[in-house]
Design a protein around this ligand. Structure first.
Ligand code: EPZ
Length: 439
């Protein structure tokens, strides 16, 4: 298999799309299911590479997994190993969340340094400090890249994140959910997946409350599901399809979404002159003759999300002027720039004098390789076909959109990276009139 998309671009894409379940909720609920006493059923689980990898990983740890289409049932009672295997764990950022269920089940575990998309160094220093504050002891073994962790008694205490972290917050929630004590997490991240994870656990008997960025958890003895839990739809997929339709001068009605989760994105689309029509369970995005240049700076939720910026950048190649994209969450999220240049896009890096100012960036600037964090895009240059290569998930969606805009046949390689997070992407794009095939 060549692992590529052959794309015939230049068509206006129009139609309707039904979103799949959210990758970044499905992964967390699968791992949180391992905290439960008995079987857990999740519905609307996307059939994507990351979920596939994770299910494989937990099966290797002894969990029993049944999957029928988008429904997954996990029996955590058969868990038998506390050491995830390096090959599979290193493919997934979320694998380090296994600390929580494995520590509760075995009181000790060995977890490899996490993998995931190469969009920065992605250290877990804040997360390790958080676990330690709640009573976990950890020791990093540089010889094999594993963390040895132990939990001698119920988690207790409190932790304030110096800067919010999305999966870090989720790990501490999972860690505190079981036990005898009250845990407090401050300056937590605010992403909607976190609220939904809390809902998932509370429905099973957990006692977790979140007020602003403060989370209070009263540990409980056990978690038991009473009915299947549905994974909400993927807001990042919604952004990709909205961008795709508008950038090809078309329109799309996106079904199954939660409009509130896209509030910020919709504001920016409206500023760009896109018609955004919000219905109760769907949103229509329509190109109406122009895309205005609009600059963005990424921020954690509720700001303009980092996962949306690569899509925004390709949209701005179709604008009538100059816009900038400033990334503040991950330090290496411009892998698509060189590839878009091959298609004829006009974009360049902008030197930032405040790159070392720790307060402006969510990654650790100290000691990390100085990366450029801002690009300037001049819209209007016609995109032409080329062979381009995907380096990370959201950049992948961006390159596919660009190839669908560009006249002629393009080849987009490393399709498997895009398929880490997008279900049935070829079928969905084809249903809008896009011409592409997977080879
Ligand atoms: C989650 O990443 C998502 N991944 C990302 O989705 C998403 O972009 C991001 O949150 C923001 O919403 C999953 O949910 C699996 P962070 P996460 O911890 O949790 C630094 C996608 O394509 N940091 O909030 O890894 C970190 O390196 C993706 O679906 C530390 O320095 O994000 C980053 O620069 C990719 N030390 C920043 O903080 C730490 O201990 C924010 O990270 C923890 C994080």
């Amino acid at each position: 298999m060549e692992d590529a998309y052959i794309v015939n671009g230049g068509n206006v894409l129009k139609g309707e799309v039904v979103l799949s379940g959210a990758k970044n909720l499905a992964l967390k609920t699968v791992i949180a299911s391992l905290l439960f006493e008995s079987k857990v059923t999740l519905t609307n689980v996307p059939k994507i590479n990351d979920v596939h990898e994770l299910l494989h990983l937990i099966k290797k740890l002894g969990a029993t997994v049944e999957q029928t289409e988008n429904t997954v049932t996990i029996d955590p009672s058969t868990l038998s190993s506390c050491k995830p295997d390096l090959l599979h764990a290193s493919k997934l950022r979320a694998s380090f969340l296994l600390f929580a269920p494995l520590l509760h089940k075995f009181r000790e575990c060995r977890i490899p340094n996490p993998g995931g998309c190469r969009i920065g160094m992605r250290p877990i220093d804040r997360i390790i400090s958080g676990m330690e504050a709640l009573g976990v002891t950890t020791e990093y073994q540089s010889k094999d890249g594993y963390y040895d962790a132990r939990l001698a008694q119920s988690p207790k205490g409190s932790y304030k994140f110096s800067k919010p972290t999305h999966t870090g917050t989720e790990l501490l929630i999972m860690l505190g959910a079981l036990g005898e004590n009250e845990i407090r997490i401050e300056n937590s991240a605010l992403e909607p997946e976190i609220d939904e994870l809390i809902l998932f656990l509370n429905k099973a008997g957990a006692k977790i409350t979140k007020v602003g960025a403060t989370i209070t958890i009263q540990g409980v003895k056990s978690l038991n599901q009473t009915k299947p839990f549905r994974i909400f739809s993927d807001r990042n997929e919604a952004v990709t399809f909205a961008t795709l339709a508008v950038a090809t001068k078309g329109s799309v009605e996106i079904h199954n979404l939660i409009p509130d989760q896209l509030h910020t994105f919709n504001e920016f689309m409206t500023k760009a002159g896109v018609k955004v029509l919000i219905r109760s369970n769907s949103i229509i995005y329509e190109y109406v003759g122009t895309v205005k240049p609009v600059s963005i700076t990424t921020e954690p939720h509720p700001g303009f999300m980092t996962d949306w910026q690569p899509n925004w950048a390709v949209l701005m190649t179709q604008s009538t002027g100059v816009a900038t994209v400033h990334e503040t969450v991950f330090e290496n999220r411009f892998s698509y720039v060189d590839e878009l240049l091959k298609l004829g896009a006009q974009m360049e890096y902008v030197e930032e004098s405040d790159i070392d100012n720790n307060t402006n960036y969510h990654f650790n600037t100290k000691g990390s390789k100085a990366m450029k964090q801002k690009i300037r895009i001049t819209g209007g240059a016609p995109l032409h076909s080329a062979a381009i290569k995907i380096a990370d998930l959201r950049a992948g969606a961006t390159l596919l959109i660009a190839a669908l805009i560009a006249d002629g046949e393009s080849v987009v390689t490393n399709a498997n990276i895009l398929e880490r997070g997008y279900e049935n992407i070829v079928e969905k794009i084809s249903s809008l009139g896009g011409k592409l095939k997977r080879v």
